[in-house]
Design a protein around this ligand. Structure first.
Ligand SMILES: [Zn+2]
Length: 689
């Protein structure tokens, strides 16, 4: 999918309409700058626009968002997007706004006033997209307001979360069907009574056949309707490198392959260490993880995106919403916890279609490490009955105790706390109650799944401002210090709509405009807020916990099989799949991955480590035979091909394997000429028919 320049995008606008397909392409050009759809995007859009409930199975990076954004722009009304991924939500809202499209998001950490203002804007304004987390759906305020909105499409992202058969089951997703019901009977104030039911578009990157059925059933699909796209990535070579010295192997890989790279590692501390080692070896690197300050993250991402630094060493927090086409190499120094995650992270290489490598560094210690993640991710629910706390075997990090400790920590009594949002300092909590952070993090995630709390571990909110006074009232303020006026003027100059809604601001930018330092601007904004001239919500990245229901006693917590046992089994199964992938040296890596995603009709990729080893170990006769077949296949279209194409055909890797391949091709060519299977014409070659 090629990007168009701005001037090219605009040329289509005034041409006569040629049906809906044309309309969609025009929208795609105008707002996203692409010339055409790819994969199954067009089929999904067609289905949605004809009013059908639709399930789309697309790999990450397959261009999911286009499938609901383009139809919405072609329709009257607003698209409700339900997604649990808050970072993605914010990314997409920024991206849409950059393209001049009105979009909003609601997530934890927003004040009630902000939420109300946002919902009102979606009722009365010209909003096209409203992103919400599934947990929002059950709130009374949301249910009241949504009935007054002119909704044209409901998009359910990560749709597998609705299925109790899937690993990511979230009870809140079951609310979606209820919202459908509500919208079918809108409020009397509703200005646009729907003539037909509002279609649902469910999207997921991975789902087993039973989950696929379940999604459609749980979302009350009127008819089964599934579109699926192959997950094959022909230009990507998957490799597993066995090595006891991962650092040495990493340095060697990055020295041989000079392209842009991402190195994934599990721990935040390791990102820094590895980046330092690489820099010492003359490989320009930086590092990234969720614990960094937002400004630092932005800066590093920017540097890498614009090739000012070649290698990004990161945890899995890096990558969402990043679409750098020319990443040549993605290396994992530790195994991810699932092949889904591996496929997604590895898939960030080679988006431009050119040969790229996804390499997993692996050794025998990795299996035990992988297996220990099962207990870390699923700490025990409760201590065994009758066991005393001073018993040396007492499971300290059990979920019930952590839930109770949380309430002590926040001073929240039994039967109160619903809707309470608190900042959560996990280090302080762990020091105080002697817990392990990994286990606490896991326990909170389980409590969230069980519906007791909302836990946002890595919020990254920008500062927001709304004026509480009207513009004319502002001019009547007389006794403001000059500095304050400067800040107000800068705000008004930099941002629109400040009188209507909360607007994200960049304090550094405002400071520059006002010709002050950032700290002074911050203090003034705080003071203006105190004087009720503006409402200022500073940026922060402290984790947040919200009680979704009143606090109960830890021993009364209900952690169902769906939330715990079944997910734990599923998690263990995923871990095993990663071990199998890393240790299976007989089946093509690409084949293994595609089979895992349910694709059976696959072929050997010819450039993974398994395929290459196979080719190397072939007898010379066998290798020759294979190469002759490859050449015949290439020429079977009957056309004349330039000779150099044959050599591309033989290109198996970035290194020493090339010589072997070229040698074979020369031999095969000589043989085919002698047998008059092919003819040469200058530097062209063609098949004798
Ligand atoms: Zn292969």
């Amino acid at each position: 999918m090629a990007k168009l320049s701005k001037s090219e995008c605009d040329t289509g606008k005034d041409s006569p309409p040629l049906g809906r397909g044309w309309e969609w392409t025009t929208i795609l050009n105008r707002y996203w700058g692409y010339t055409d759809f790819r994969g199954i995007q067009r089929e999904i859009i067609e289905s949605v626009c004809s009013g059908k409930d639709t399930l789309g199975l697309m790999p990450t990076g397959g261009g999911k968002s286009i499938t609901f954004q383009v139809p919405t722009m072609a329709m009257q009304g607003l698209c409700l997007v339900i997604t649990p991924l808050i970072a993605l939500m914010k990314d997409q809202v920024y991206a849409l706004r950059r393209n001049g499209i009105v979009a909003y998001a609601i997530y934890s950490g927003m004040s009630r006033d902000e939420i109300v203002a946002t919902l009102e804007n979606c009722i009365f304004g010209d909003a096209k997209f409203l992103y919400v987390s599934p947990e929002r759906l059950s709130t009374e305020i949301f249910q009241n307001k949504v009935r007054k909105m002119n909704i044209c499409l409901i998009t359910v992202d990560e749709a597998h979360c609705i299925s109790q058969w899937g690993y990511d089951f979230r009870p809140a997703y079951l609310q979606i069907a209820k919202i459908r019901e509500l919208l079918a009977h809108p409020s009397p104030l509703y200005h646009h009574p729907p003539t037909q039911p509002i279609p649902v578009l469910a999207l997921t990157a991975t789902a087993t056949p039973e989950v696929i059925d379940d999604i459609q059933e749980q979302l009350h699909f009127r008819e089964k309707n599934v579109f699926r796209m192959s997950f094959a990535r022909d230009n990507l070579a998957y490799r597993v490198h066995y090595t006891d010295d991962k650092e040495k192997e990493l340095i060697s890989l990055l020295s041989r392959n000079k392209g842009c790279a991402i190195v994934y590692t599990r721990s935040r501390a390791r990102t820094k260490e590895i980046a330092e080692i690489l820099n010492k070896h003359g490989i320009p690197s930086t590092f990234y993880h969720a614990g960094l300050q937002p400004a630092v993250k932005d800066e590093r991402q920017e540097m890498w995106q614009h090739d000012k630094v070649r290698v990004m060493v990161a945890t899995n927090a890096f990558g969402m919403g990043i679409d750098k086409p020319d990443v040549r190499l993605v290396v994992h120094t530790d195994c991810p916890s699932s092949l889904e995650a591996y496929f997604q992270e590895a898939g960030r290489a080679g988006r431009d279609g050119r040969r790229s490598w996804a390499i997993l560094l692996y050794n025998n210690n990795d299996n035990a490490r992988l297996k220990s993640r099962i207990d870390d991710t699923f700490p025990p629910i409760a201590p065994p009955k009758d066991m005393e706390r001073d018993d040396p075997d007492y499971p300290k990090d059990n979920i019930r105790d952590i839930y109770d400790h949380l309430a002590y920590f926040f001073q929240i009594g039994v039967n109160s706390g619903e809707g309470c949002t608190r900042e959560f300092n996990i280090d302080k909590f762990c020091t105080y109650f002697h817990h392990f952070p990994t286990r606490v993090h896991a326990a909170l995630a389980i409590l969230q799944k069980a519906g007791y709390i909302e836990y946002e571990s890595d919020p990254d909110t920008k500062a927001r401002v709304k004026f509480l006074l009207q513009r004319h009232e502002l001019y009547q303020l007389h006794q403001l210090p000059a500095d304050y006026e400067k800040v107000i003027t800068a705000l008004l100059r930099c941002y629109g709509a400040l009188f209507v809604e909360y607007v994200y601001i960049d304090e550094a930018f405002v400071a520059k405009q006002a010709d002050m330092d950032q700290h002074t601007v911050y203090t003034i904004l705080k003071e203006l807020s105190r004087r009720a001239i503006i409402d200022f919500i500073p940026r922060k990245n402290t984790p947040l916990i919200t009680y979704s229901q009143d606090r109960i006693d830890g021993c009364d917590l209900i952690i169902t099989k769906e939330v715990y046992d079944r997910r734990k089994e599923e998690f263990a199964r995923r871990i095993q799949a990663v071990i199998d992938y890393a240790s299976n040296n007989t089946i093509c890596r690409s084949r293994q991955l595609l089979r895992y995603f349910g694709e059976t009709d696959t072929k050997d990729c010819t450039h993974c480590d398994v395929c290459i080893n196979y080719q190397k170990n072939l007898t010379p006769e066998h290798g020759l035979e294979q190469t002759i077949k490859k050449i015949t296949d290439l020429l079977s279209d009957g056309k004349k091909h330039p000779i150099y194409e044959l050599h591309n055909l033989g290109k198996l890797s970035d290194n020493e394997d090339d010589n072997v391949a070229c040698d074979l091709i020369d031999k095969a060519l000589k043989h085919m000429q002698n047998e008059e299977i092919v003819y040469m014409d200058g530097s062209f070659i063609y098949l004798n028919r």
